[in-house]
Design a protein around this ligand. Structure first.
Ligand SMILES: *Cc1c(COP(=O)(O)O)cnc(C)c1O
Length: 373
C-alpha cells in the first residue's frame, strides 16, 4: 500500500445559496479596483493543539465571529500571502508559482510561532476556492483574481506566556485591476523614511505579517504628506541602505542598450523575499540582462542618478507587477529624478515578459504557471 506522508486535508463544500447575480458580477468585474470586491466563497481551516488541522471548508464569504479576547486582536499573531489567478487567453485559469507562496507562508508561520500549513494543503485550498468562484476571474487582460490566504491566532485569552493554541486559516479572493490608479503604467515618486524603521535585524521583516504593515503606515502617511506616492524603507541601523518600497521590492537599472544590468538589495532578513523579485532574478538573465544582489546606499542612489549611471529604478510585487520609480525625495538627502522621470524600457520589457508568462501569451520555460481550473 502507498502510505502518503501527510494526510490530505479535506474541504467540505458548503456552497452559497445567495451568489451574486450574473449582471451584478459583470458590473463589478468591469472596474474592480483593488481589494474592494470579494467573491461568493471563502476557505476556512482550523488548527488546534492536539487535533492539528481540521474542519476545512468552502463556505459563503461572510463576517467572522470572534471573542473580544481573541489573541490576534491584541498581539497581532497573523500572517498572510498574496498571489493571483489569471484567466489565460487560451482558456485555463492558472496561478503563478503558488508553491513559492506556500513555502513562504510556512516560513512566515515558523517566524511567528504559528503552525506550518503543508504546502499541498495551501495550494489545494486555492484550487477549491478558485474552481468554485471561477466566474469571478476577470477575462480582461491585466485584470486577475487576487488571492489572500491568511492565518490568525484564535485563542481567546489575554495571557502572553506562550503562543496561542488555536488558529484559523482562511482564503478570500478579490477580482482586481491596477493597484495604482490611472490608465497604463506611470512612474511613482518615493519618499525616503529617514526617521522611521519598518523592520530591524532579528525582527519580523522577512515574514509576511500584518504587524510590519502596521509599523509602516505612519511612514507611508509621511510620504503622502510630502507629495510622494510611496515610502522607501532604509535599514534600521544606519538609515542608509535601501531595503524596499512599501509592499514591493526594488530594482536599480545600470546602463542602457547592450550594457544594461540590474541590481537589487540582498535579502538581509529585514526585507520581504518577494516572489516577483525572485522571478525577475531568473527572467532578466533569460533576456540577456545580468543581475546582482548588492547593497545600495541612498548616497549611491543619488550620485549614480546624477552621473547617469543609473538609468531606471522600478519596484516589483504581485499586486502591481512592475512599477517604475521616477523621483526620490528625502528630508536630509534631498530630491532627485531618475532618468527622465518616466517609465523606462527595461522596466516595461520585464513587465511585458512577466505578464506574458502569467497570461499564457509567452512560453513558460521555468514551469511557473500552475493550472488550477
Ligand atoms: C508581499 C510583499 C512584497 C512582494 O512580494 P511578492 O511575492 O513579489 O508579491 C514585497 N514587500 C513586502 C513588504 C510585501 O509584503
Amino acid at each position: 500500500m502507498n502510505a502518503s506522508p501527510i494526510p490530505a486535508i479535506n474541504f467540505d463544500l458548503h456552497t452559497s445559496k445567495q451568489r451574486v447575480p450574473d449582471e451584478v458580477r459583470a458590473d463589478l468585474l468591469s472596474s474592480p479596483g483593488f481589494g474592494q470586491v470579494f467573491t461568493d466563497h471563502m476557505i476556512s481551516l482550523r488548527w488546534s493543539t492536539g487535533r492539528g488541522w481540521h474542519d476545512g471548508k468552502l463556505e459563503p464569504y461572510g463576517p467572522l465571529v470572534l471573542d473580544p479576547a481573541t489573541a490576534v486582536l491584541h498581539y497581532s499573531q497573523e500572517i498572510f500571502e498574496g498571489l493571483k489567478a489569471y484567466r489565460q487567453d487560451a482558456g485555463p485559469i492558472v496561478a503563478f508559482r503558488p508553491y513559492a507562496n506556500a513555502a513562504r507562508f510556512r516560513r512566515s508561520a515558523a517566524r511567528m510561532a504559528m503552525p506550518e500549513l503543508p504546502e499541498e494543503a495551501f495550494v489545494q485550498a486555492i484550487e477549491v476556492l478558485v474552481s468554485h468562484d471561477r466566474e469571478w476571474v476577470p477575462a480582461s487582460s491585466e485584470h486577475s483574481l487576487y488571492l489572500r490566504p491568511f492565518m490568525i491566532a484564535t485563542t481567546a485569552a489575554l495571557g502572553v506566556g506562550r503562543p496561542a493554541d488555536s488558529y484559523l486559516f482562511l482564503v478570500i479572493a478579490s477580482p482586481s485591476g491596477s493597484v495604482f490608479a490611472g490608465d497604463g503604467v506611470r512612474a511613482v515618486s518615493v519618499w525616503l523614511a529617514e526617521g522611521y524603521t519598518r523592520a530591524a535585524p532579528g525582527g519580523t521583516g522577512e515574514a509576511k505579517t500584518g504587524g510590519n504593515y502596521a509599523a509602516s503606515f505612519l511612514g507611508q502617511q509621511q510620504a503622502i504628506d510630502n507629495g510622494c506616492d510611496q515610502v522607501v524603507w532604509l535599514d534600521a541601523v544606519e538609515h542608509r541602505w535601501v531595503e524596499e518600497m512599501g509592499g514591493m521590492n526594488l530594482f536599480f537599472v545600470y546602463g542602457s542598450g547592450q550594457d544594461v544590468r540590474l541590481v537589487t538589495p540582498p535579502l538581509t532578513g529585514s526585507l520581504l523575499p518577494g516572489i516577483t523579485r525572485d522571478s525577475l532574478l531568473t527572467l532578466a538573465p533569460d533576456l540577456g540582462i545580468p543581475v546582482s544582489e548588492e547593497p545600495i546606499s541612498v548616497e549611491q542612489w543619488r550620485t549614480d542618478c546624477e552621473s547617469g549611471a543609473i538609468t531606471e529604478v522600478f519596484a516589483c510585487g504581485t499586486a502591481a507587477v512592475i512599477t517604475p520609480v521616477g523621483e526620490v525625495k528625502g528630508g536630509a538627502t534631498g530630491t532627485w529624478t531618475i532618468g527622465a522621470g518616466q517609465p523606462g524600457p527595461v522596466a516595461m520589457r520585464l513587465r511585458e515578459q512577466l505578464l506574458g508568462i502569467q497570461f499564457g501569451r509567452l512560453p513558460d520555460p521555468h514551469g511557473w504557471v500552475h493550472k488550477i481550473a
